[in-house]
Design a protein. Sequence first.
Length: 322
Amino acid sequence: MKPGSAYDVSEYVKVENGDVDDEGTFSLMTVSMSNATPLTLLIAKFSKYQDIVKKKEIHQKEEDDREYNVRQLTLMKDSQFNAIYVAFNKTGLPYEVEYDGIIVLNVLSDGASAGILQPGDKIVEIDGKVIKKPEDLAHALVEKKENDVVQLVVQRDEKLLDESVTLKEIPDSDGKIGLGVTYKENVTIKTDPVVKINSKDIGGPSAGLMFTLEILNQLMDEDITKGYSVAGTGVINEDGTVGRIGGIEKKVVAADRDGVEIFFAPDDEISEEAKKKDPGLISNYEAAVTTAKKINTDMKIVPVKTVDDALNYLESLPEKKK
């Protein structure tokens, strides 16, 4: 795991008839990860901001590589939804939220759906009942018993498949009967003007804040970057709050290397419970400031708890002199 790069968010976000004639840029930051080789292990051992991380440290329980990738892409999709939702709420422009099925994240190895469903499958029907939300799934299964067979319609790689699943007890569930999968709702948002985000192969939720700022910048006539090179990181929640992310130190190093002038860092609060588990745990902002001092950068580290904190800071800046 090592510093990635700064990517101009306008290359990923396109607002219909949006204002893109801006002097400055918003950039998202990445952390680079790859399977270790003898050479990369040696390099990491002697590199200050490269870490050797075991898969089990980033994978959830019973999660294989495919399931990890599906989870990361799902988190990215959620961050895009939240970014659009927050931006359109702030501007007062029209939007409509739609629920469309259940996405399978993980299939328990000894659960009812093992060998039948796959991570990334979208469940759209159970026994002829259309499944839009998690509540629909719960209602469809509430009266089912062990060994009951349910007929599913599943969307996989744009194809609809008919699958039969014999229900059984969910592992570690105190006798609950079900499909033996973890899942989340598939939610989309329609807007006017239309917003399209193509994040390519970037996964995870940490680009949410920068997506939000870029969407706002294209929706508004003014250049809210004020001509500066602005980067940052942070989960964006539906209420506009900014959440903690991983790898902040590596993102600061990459941002400095790529010439960023302003860096937004989540100013997350560390709970007492979290401090007890890890006494050395500090906020993303504190970690970013510490790293900035270590690498002796002139880049300004700005703490943000909400998207408004970022907007207010940008509003306070003078236009950059050309």
